[in-house]
Design a protein around this ligand. Structure first.
Ligand code: SAM
Length: 311
């Protein structure tokens, strides 16, 4: 459906849990988030069905870590069966994909985005608060084998942490038709200061051979010469993409969020049928033209932690 600025809003991102099996330092605050209730499978599916009736065509399941939800496979099966839903994608850290990739594929998930900020096992352990790079890489292989493609690998670019690995991460796009995406660090947990923020032009400076290859959603795409895949740059701070925003978010505890970096949210708890559809319509019509100032001087106006919203 159209919002009041004429944008076609058809992409619903659903955080299906605020729980995560990792503790990424840019995402989850040191003490963890305050725990809130989580929507049931039925509540999520009903909300998605009403959104599809209003013209939403794409759904992304995210979290927290969506694969920690015990009913993730039946949930994906139900979401992909909703009339009008053309694409069901999922964002994950990949750790549980070796067990779940094939089942997710047969439940109707078409592709996955997997977080991978570094190729160094020690640094991976540090940034994820104890995670294993080996497990994440096994998850990437499992996604590939299950056909959850085209794969997208998400790296949050952090000055002084992984800026020395830009070339190594981008090289993952050389031999496989995957997209390696560098995401500008957003000011969420308070653990990083302005020195950690690197505008995405740092990638272009570091890799002068990158050739422009179009746009895909929020990413500007580039290609290394002769590469099978692409390098994507997602630049929420240096190059806001609010004008082309097509998203509505549903938080794990049942609030519609018209904008990631904006406090306004609309509860769907207890709503059904026409009342639920009306709330979705209201949230879309309240989407701001753009989010509030977003920099390491002006912390995000999200009003929540990233793991509760889903990124
Ligand atoms: N657990 C899953 C994962 O690791 O991908 C899904 C949830 S995570 C919140 C979704 C995406 O948000 C990931 O790609 C992550 O890198 C990104 N993200 C989280 N916090 C961020 C931040 N402060 N700045 C930029 N991206 C962030």
């Amino acid at each position: 459906m159209k919002d009041q600025f004429g944008r076609d809003i058809h992409y619903l991102r659903i955080s299906v849990t605020d729980r995560c099996n990792l503790r990424c330092r840019y995402c989850t605050p040191p003490g963890g988030s305050d725990r809130r209730g989580v929507l049931s499978l039925e509540e999520i599916v009903e909300t998605a069905r009403e959104a599809a009736a209003l013209g939403f065509r794409k759904i992304r399941v995210t979290g927290g870590e969506p694969l920690t939800r015990r009913d993730i496979v039946p949930l994906c099966r139900a979401l992909s069966a909703i009339p009008g839903v053309e694409e069901l994608a999922l964002t994950t850290n990949g750790v549980l994909l070796p067990q779940l990739a094939a089942e997710l594929k047969s439940a109707g998930v078409s592709r996955v985005n997997i977080s991978l900020d570094t190729l160094d096992p020690e640094k991976y352990r540090y940034i994820t608060g104890g995670g294993s790079l080996e497990e994440a890489l096994a998850g990437i292989r499992a996604a590939w084998e299950a056909g959850l493609t085209p794969l997208k690998l998400n790296a949050v670019l952090i000055g002084g942490f992984n800026d020395g690995e830009i070339a190594a991460l981008a090289a993952l796009s050389e031999h496989a038709p995957a997209e390696v995406r560098f995401i500008e660090l957003m000011p969420m947990t308070g653990l990083f200061g302005p020195e950690a923020y690197l505008p995405n032009r740092a990638v272009l400076e570091r890799l002068p051979l990158l050739e422009a290859a179009g746009t895909g959603g929020t990413a500007r795409q580039y290609r290394l010469p002769g590469a099978a895949g692409t390098v994507g740059l997602i630049s929420p701070l240096s190059c806001s993409f609010c004008g082309g925003c097509n998203r509505l978010r549903l938080t794990a505890d049942g609030f519609l969020k018209p904008c990631l970096h904006w406090e306004a949210e609309y509860s769907i708890q207890g709503l059904h049928g026409e009342a639920l559809r009306e709330k979705i319509r209201e949230a879309v019509l309240q989407k701001p033209a753009r989010h509030g100032a977003l920099s390491f001087q002006d912390r995000s106006h999200a009003g929540r932690d990233m793991n509760q919203i889903g990124g």
